[in-house]
Design a protein around this ligand. Structure first.
Ligand code: IPE
Ligand code: IPE
Ligand code: MG
Length: 257
């Protein structure tokens, strides 16, 4: 982690929480007349690169969108190949991630993933739970709507059980019910692959994120591309609703939540 995180107007220049929509694997493969699965496989190298580079830069949390709720609509063969790839990559990479001080976390409808992947997830989370250098959060079978609906359901259950008054439901209590409850808000959201949309990734958590869209297809995403995203972030003035003068005068800093 960086010794002293550089700031401007009291706000960190290095994003503390980076979230990435890793898109473009299929198009990368098609451009090479390869099966889509080859694109997913080629998408692992930039994940390694990004984890190392973010940890080096002092990022505290890196959340990667690996598989969305809606990706279940893909052909079964592609889903099967992706799940196999997740299990293999996890088993292969977990020891090195652990050595590098990375704590692994998974968010999403994990019950839908099957026993083999869940076993690997349980092992990876247990092994790395005391690591502090950087949190790597993998969103698998994750959807922003799934998360918000789950939070509403859990609140309703508490009200039903009599342990919560509906009048006491506020933003903080709502956030406490999300799968992302332990994560700080996203500072920088990056999407590769050319689309300018969120595709049901984190919704609550990106309320005040800076958004960076890259046309580079995910398997080609390089250290330089991440540097460009960081440079973009460092140029933003984060106001969180205040005026520019207020921000420069100090005080708007860590206003969000
Ligand atoms: C992102 O790449 C990976 C997953 C959604 C699992 P895509 O597979 O969506 O690649 P494109 O968008 O078809 O190129
Ligand atoms: C978003 O990509 C999901 C992941 C990167 C895991 P998609 O390829 O599924 O998004 P859409 O369908 O083009 O919006
Ligand atoms: Mg896509």
């Amino acid at each position: 982690m960086a010794a002293v995180a550089p700031t401007r107007d009291g706000v960190a220049l290095v994003p503390r929480h980076v979230a990435v929509i890793m898109d473009g694997n299929g198009r990368w493969a098609r451009a090479r007349a390869l099966p889509r699965q080859a694109g997913h496989k080629a998408g692992i190298a930039p994940v390694r690169l990004m984890v190392e580079q973010c940890a080096q830069a002092g990022v505290e949390t890196l959340t990667l969108f690996a598989f969305s709720s809606e990706n279940w609509r893909r052909p079964p063969a592609e889903i099967g190949a992706l799940m196999r790839l997740f299990v293999e990559a996890l088993k292969r990479e977990v020891a090195e991630l652990h050595e590098n001080g990375i704590r692994l976390r998974f968010i999403g409808d994990l019950d839908a993933l099957g026993p083999e992947l869940n076993t690997a997830i349980g092992h990876a989370e247990a092994l790395t739970r005391d690591n502090r250098r950087m949190d790597l959060v993998l969103a698998v079978a994750y959807g922003g709507h799934w998360d918000l609906a789950g939070a509403a359901r859990r609140l309703a259950e508490e009200v039903e059980a009599g342990s919560l008054e509906s009048a006491d439901i506020d933003e903080s209590r709502f956030a406490d019910m999300l799968a992302t409850r332990d994560l700080r808000p996203v500072d920088l959201l990056i999407r590769s692959g050319g689309e300018r949309r969120i595709s049901n990734f984190l919704l609550w958590d990106i309320a005040y994120s800076e958004l960076y869209f890259s046309d580079v297809l995910w398997p080609d995403f390089s250290a330089g591309d991440l540097e460009a995203a960081f440079a973009y972030f460092a140029q933003r003035q984060r106001r969180f609703g205040r005026t520019s003068d207020q921000v420069v005068g100090g005080g708007a800093a860590e206003e969000q939540q």
